[in-house]
Structures are given as C-alpha cells and as structure tokens.
Design a binder for this molecule. Sequence first.
Ligand code: FAD
Length: 510
Amino acid sequence: MPTFDYVVIGGGTAGSVIASRLTEDPGTTVAVIEGGPSDVDRPEVLTLRRWLGLLGGELDYDYPTTPQPRGNSHIRHSRARVLGGCSSHNTLISFKPLPGDWDEWAQAGAEGWDAGAMDPYYERLRNNIVPVHEKDRNAIARDFVAAARTAAEVPLVEGFNQRPFHEGVGFFDLAYHPEDNKRSSASVAYLHPFLDRPNLHLMLETWAYRLELDGDRATGARVRTKDGEELLVEAAREVVVCAGAVDTPRLLMHSGIGPANDLEKLGIPVTLDLPGVGENLLDHPESVIVWETHGPIPENSAMDSDAGLFVRRNPESSGPDLMFHFYQIPFTDNPERIGYEKPAHGVSMTPNIPKPRSRGRLYLTSADPEVKPALDFRYFTDEDDYDARTLVDGIRLAREIARTEPLAGWLKREVCPGPEVTSDEELSAYARRVAHTVYHPAGTCRMGAADDREAVVDPQLRVRGLRGIRIADASVFPTMTAVNPMIAVLMVGEKCAELLGATPRNGGEA
Ligand SMILES: Cc1cc2nc3c(=O)[nH]c(=O)nc-3n(C[C@H](O)[C@H](O)[C@H](O)COP(=O)(O)OP(=O)(O)OC[C@H]3O[C@@H](n4cnc5c(N)ncnc54)[C@H](O)[C@@H]3O)c2cc1C
C-alpha cells in the first residue's frame, strides 16, 4: 500500500465532504476506507422515496439497543453501510441548525463553533437543498399543515432555512432533486462528480478494525478488504475518523483509546485512558399516534414524511421543545408488537423531543472487533421525567390537530393509542412502550475545551492526548441539535476540511 497524505475512515456523510474538499488540491492524496459498497447506479439507494426499503437490509449495520426499562427495548438503530453513509438511506430532511444549537456547543467548550462562526459553512454546502416540490405536496399533508397551524397556533413556514424559528409548521426542505426524486446525499453531491480524481483513492467494502499508533501519533489504520486481505493503510499527515456515532467510539475502543477500566476488563491493551469515549450517547426519541383514514391517500410524495411541526411550549427555551413529523402512512411497526393492528389506509404523527435530557452510553462487550457494541440510550431516565412528559404533551396536541379541519374530515378513527387512553400515566406508558428513534444517535466522542477531561476531541476536532488524528462526524456533538442533525454533520465535515487546510471551491452539486 502506498502512503496517503490523509486516511479518512468512513465515506459517509461527513467523510464524503472531507475527502472531496481535501482532494480539490491535486497535490493532496486521500484514501477513504468505507465499509460499504458504492451507491453509484443503485436506484434503490439513490431514489429518495425508497428509503424505508433499505432499513434492516444488506446495506444496514442494524444495531440493537440494550434493554430499556423505561422505554422500548426493541428499537433497531439503522446505520447505513454504503458510500454516503446515512445520507444514502435517510430521509434527507435538511435543517440548518438553529443559532441556539451552535451557541450551546460553544458554551459546552467548543470555542469557535458559535452560530456566527458556523454560518459560512452552511453557505458552502454542495447539496441541492430545496423545499418539497409542489408536485410532491400531498393533499393530506397540506391539510395537516393547515390544521396544525390552527390547533397549535403557530405560523406557517415556507422554507424553514430562510431564517431561525422557534415554532412553525410547513413542508420541509430536502436535499433532493424533485424532477426524478434522486438523492442529493453527501456522496452524490461531494464524491460522484469527482470519482476520476487520481488523488482520491476509495477503498470500498473495506473495514477499519484498528487504528495504527506510533507512541502518541496515529499513523494509519489496519483494514480488512472484501476479500479478507489485511492491510495497513498509512497516513503521512493525519487520520480522520468519520465512522459515525456508533462506529467511531467502537473503533477507538478497539484501538485501546477509551475508558481504561472498561478496556482492561475486556483484555484490550490501553493506549490512552480517555473516559469520555462512548459516553454522552444522544438521540431524538419519538412516539407515534396513528389514524385510519376513510380511504386511500393520494400517491404523490417526496418520501412519505414531507411536513412537520415545531412548538415551543416553554417561552424560556432557546428554540422549539416539541417537534412532529407527519407521515402519510400508518407507521405501526412498534404498536403492532403490543397488539395494535395496521389499518389499510392511515396516517401518523410522530412527536419527538428536540432537546432530550436523558443521556446514554455506548460500550464494548467483547475484545472481538466483529462483535457489535452495546447501545444503552437510557431512554426516559432523566430525573424530572421531562422526556416522557414531552411525548405526552405531543400526543395530546396531535389529537387536537386531528380534531381540526381540514384534517379532521380525512380521519375515520384513532387506531393507536386509541381514544380510551387518556390519563397522563396511560399516555406516558403507551408513548414509551412504542417509542421509536428518529435515527439521530450522536455525542459519543463529544467535543469540549482542550482541558475538559471528559471531552474526546478539542475544538479543532483533534483527539485529546494524541497527535495526527481527528474525528469528524455526529459523534463530536456536545449536545443534540433541536432540528434533524444531518446538515450539522455536513457542516462539521466542511469545518474539519478547513481545519485541515483545505480552501474549498464553492459551487452546487454538478
Ligand atoms: C433512517 C434514517 C433517517 C434519517 N433521516 C434524517 C433526516 O431526514 N434528516 C437529518 O438531518 N438526519 C437524518 N438522519 C440522521 C443522519 O442521517 C445522520 O445523523 C448522519 O447522516 C450521520 O452522519 P455521520 O457522518 O456521522 O455517519 P454516517 O453517515 O453513518 O457515516 C459513517 C460511514 O462510516 C462507515 N464505517 C463505519 N465504520 C467503519 C469502519 N470501521 N471501517 C470502514 N467504514 C466504516 C459506514 O459504512 C458509513 O458509510 C437519519 C438517519 C437514518 C438512519
């Protein structure tokens, strides 16, 4: 193997941005180690509306959670195994993080990551971020928007990224091409136009199982190719770990970087005692309320969940504190497990917690790098029960919206939890038992001030205590963004590329 200037581990959402930006300089060589195959010419990946079909399939690492005594122990955390990472199988809802999201990071010690400093990175994004196209605006989603506007007394928002908001309802912005419903994922926007760059070396279906260290300096990664060949891929300048909120801490810990006691118990030789690795596991938990409709719903849509609602219950909150996705399908996977039936035609509202207070933890259970790590989200364990109460408020508000025209006329009956479930206790029990994830794990290698012992990376994204290695992906989030996090991850990628010395050429997706 030749030595590359940079070895990027994970050609996912942030990794695609970084590899693309670094190789704009023809004198810089980059190897991308990506566990999954290419997404080029794969319509089942590139067609946004087919996203649900990818979950649980061969392109999904599919991580279970540990038992959740106060939540749902059956949640499967989908993580994409394909170029572009989760941006190749997610719903591409695109929110510029709210100013309060970034300012919270700066207050947590991420100096230079405040809202003012982060604005320019949004402008750089190459993805085609546009509001859901008129032709994709389903009649029932339009009527949800109108009813929610009245029932929740929030403004109609046309273009959530135009200006910061505290509340509002409307159709989302998506990173897609409305004319053919093609994704504008990280790989489509940042890698596809540049696959012929001689300085960009993509190693697909290749798994990095250990970081290579020389003393306190990272020099590369040990990888296993599709054919089972084991190679050392070396970096002359830096290793950039972009394996995502699950696989980045997993790789660090298998390389002896993490909480020393835990690693020693598993027989993993400790390279660096870094207690924060795997801690601060964040997510956006959600619940679901489902209605049967009087008949079939029109077919048109971008990806079956095209509109949403943000509410700020507490005027002191820096941003929204309750969010809904509206689904034009009956989303009954979890309710069915506890005995509910799926109606032939139906819709769902999925209230979620923009700023959840429960904190989880990811840890290894074996020294074998093949064994999946344990994900203990500790859902609904916050002391004052804020998270569960938020979902109860969400279900109550969902019912008000459902009673309001023009949505009310479409709905035949509430299927789950069902109109007989009314008390706070019953609603909380239901909401937690059928709880799901919005698939936003983050925070497991959190960024903090250089002298913060619990932080894993400093504000330059450098792993504390090591040289020649940075992390750039959802794992560095100190706190959860109130909005869906993909754009924040892309912006982390852009900022990391700049920290590495790239001077980005602007320009939209080719
Ligand atoms: C179903 C679903 C829907 C979602 N919808 C939205 C949405 O609409 N809007 C939004 O904002 N967010 C959404 N999200 C969340 C968002 O997609 C993620 O937060 C974001 O894409 C994470 O980016 P990342 O760079 O951290 O990781 P990823 O994009 O997951 O990239 C990690 C990459 O690393 C590779 N990899 C991992 N380990 C190794 C290894 N050891 N060796 C080699 N390669 C490795 C993986 O194959 C993957 O390609 C969704 C997520 C899912 C799963």
